[in-house]
Design a protein. Structure first.
Length: 587
């Protein structure tokens, strides 16, 4: 895609093969463009809430015992954990020669069902890797040939070729019989308690042009392969597990792959500062194209560079990206439990914050599913200045947060642009800054620059060990006040965290938040809307924390208790509420 590089004001597109189509979407503003584009290409269905939690992964866990020991380490270090991803060693003892063995390698995983059951009892989910390649003489090799499930030569023979993992065949994912065969493998393991699936190498990684699929040559279909693979898994869940939300982790897809639940990541990035730096831009660009769940291997994947500062900065950034998943080659440990105490303590605090913010973060999933607006948003979403097209280091996390990850080693300060027409409050210090300017933020290893827009509501819960223990019965709603903000709005979406299409089934609720400031009086309103769902709290213990008041104020709300923290300038109002509207007057 040549955007005026060769000829000014001329857009040129060329491809090796395949059908050429242009999709045109337009809107009056940037958020509207995301909505318009996903009206056309499809929206991402909500993933289960556990998939937003802390997920441990590496290349890879080599035995059942190693997985059990890992979970024990997270418990000992008091770090929340929601999932474990098993890479290629779940089906073989070595990296090479085993793709196509879609079953447990019993020498290393002697009791897989017991492992899955024990993990489930602790609220920890399991994700397994699969690839579309079948290496010669693996368990499914003869069957795939006999049933004609693989790509062929021009002479009609199975197409064999060599690549890194061995001499291989490639599943013809466009053939209905191959789709059903592949899905039956997923179905078998899903029935035993596997909770999510990772489709790797799905470009496909090596895809010779003279390999013939049932509907064309490799080059004509190459960019569609991962898309069709995700659709195969998604449609399988719709057919056989219609009440479940699938988790489909894949690094390859196409326009519209989000409608098949695809959760993409940025591939095998280098474990370096150069690997970290482009991750925000990658995620923002993908989000604007509908693939809002784009994320990165936290800590970086490839290479033996071990740097606690880099690791800390990457995992701090991860708190404000859609998926929180550590993953790497095991030359350097990707999980925080294997790092030094200082690093571990900083990372734990950020993981805890992610769990506290779950009501806010989960609401971003709802907004993406219903409007197409991504969770990570470029600054020009609120400040429509073409100069901000070049600002790829700072972004918005929903409407409330502005985040500026640290991507330079040893940095002691960072320039951060704050969009205009807003007041921005430093989340860590409470310091206020007027928008429309670039400020210098002092840095320490403890934190990255994070700001909250004045007039924002942040619903939060206490820290919990994983989503199995999640409950919004104790809810803290932070409101960030500034006298210049006359009105503010926010919302909180809640359901049971797992029912597929809870929105369409009317099994959810919305808490609508609003503020109004006039004549020195601040009015805050919480309005419950929606329907009932399993696990919905009949009553909530609510604390509203108002930040930014100059002095102690009088609170009008029946049966509420208010306290004033003069040092922090915070007013806390505690009360109980059910489905009634609550209006708080502060003057």
């Amino acid at each position: 895609l040549d955007l005026g590089a060769t000829e000014n004001d001329v857009l040129q597109f060329e491809a090796v093969g395949g059908r050429m189509s242009y999709l045109i979407a337009a809107a009056d503003d940037w958020p509207g463009l995301a909505t318009s584009f996903t009206d056309l290409t499809g929206r991402q269905p909500m993933i289960p809430r556990w998939a937003m939690g802390n997920i441990a992964s590496r290349m890879g866990y080599r035995s059942q015992r190693e997985v059990e020991d890992l979970i024990e380490k997270y418990e000992q270090d008091d770090i929340p954990l929601d999932g474990v991803v098993l890479d290629i060693f779940w089906f073989g003892p070595e990296i090479k020669g085993h793709l196509g063995n879609f079953d447990w390698y019993r020498d290393s995983f002697p009791q897989p069902q017991k492992m899955l059951d024990d993990m489930e009892a602790k609220g920890i989910k399991t994700v397994l890797i699969t690839e579309p390649f079948i290496i010669k003489n693996t368990a499914t090799y003869e069957e795939a040939i006999q049933k004609e499930l693989v790509g062929k030569t021009a002479g009609g023979e199975p197409y064999h070729y060599d690549f890194y993992f061995g001499n291989t065949l490639l599943i013809d994912i466009f053939k209905p019989e191959a789709q059903q065969w592949f899905w039956n493998i997923y179905k078998k393991h899903t029935l035993t308690g596997v909770d999510g699936w990772w489709g790797d190498l799905g470009e496909p990684e090596v895809h010779p042009d003279d390999l013939l699929h049932v509907n064309g040559r490799a080059d004509e279909l190459h960019n569609l392969y991962g898309h069709e693979w995700a659709k195969t898994v998604f449609d399988g869940f719709a057919q056989d597990f219609p009440e479940e939300r699938p988790v489909i982790l894949m690094r390859s897809g196409f326009v519209g792959s989000q409608r098949y639940g695809m959760v993409p990541w940025s591939g095998d990035v280098n474990r370096s500062w150069g690997g970290l730096k482009p991750q925000v831009e990658i995620a923002l660009t993908m989000g604007m194209q509908g693939l809002a769940y784009m994320h990165s291997d936290l800590g970086g994947f490839a290479g033996g560079y071990k740097d606690s500062e880099l690791y800390t900065r990457w995992l701090q950034y991860g708190t404000f990206q859609p998926i929180y998943r550590t993953h790497a080659q095991d030359t350097v440990p990707p999980e925080p439990v294997f790092w030094d105490k200082k690093t571990k303590d900083i990372v734990r605090r950020y993981i805890d914050l992610r769990y506290q913010l779950m009501p806010y973060n989960y609401t971003l999933l709802y907004e993406n599913a219903t409007t197409g607006i991504p969770m990570m948003r470029p600054l020009f979403y609120v400040d429509d200045d073409p100069a901000l097209f070049e600002n790829t280091g700072t972004y918005l996390w929903g409407d409330a947060f502005l985040v500026s990850p640290v991507v330079e080693k040893g940095a002691t300060s960072q320039a951060v642009y704050l969009p205009e027409k807003a007041v921005w409050i430093n989340y860590w210090t409470g310091e206020r800054q007027q928008g429309g300017q670039t400020i210098s933020v002092p840095l320490s290893i403890d934190d990255i620059p994070v700001f909250v827009k004045a007039g924002s509501f942040l619903p939060m819960t206490p820290v919990f060990k994983n989503m199995e223990a999640y409950h919004s019965g104790k809810l803290t709603i932070h409101y960030f006040h500034d006298d210049s903000v006359r009105t503010g709005t926010g919302q909180m979406y809640e359901d049971d965290g797992e029912t597929n299409d809870a929105i369409g089934k009317e099994q959810y609720e919305l808490l609508q938040f609003s503020s109004r400031f006039a004549n020195g009086e601040l009015t805050l309103t919480i309005s419950p809307e929606g329907f009932a769902y399993e696990g919905q709290p009949a009553k909530r213990e609510v604390q509203v924390v108002v930040h930014g008041l100059a002095s102690e104020k009088q609170v009008t709300l029946p049966n509420a208790k208010s306290t004033w923290d003069a040092q922090k300038k915070e007013l806390t109002i505690a009360f109980e509420m059910g489905k009634e509207v609550k209006t708080i007057l502060i003057k």
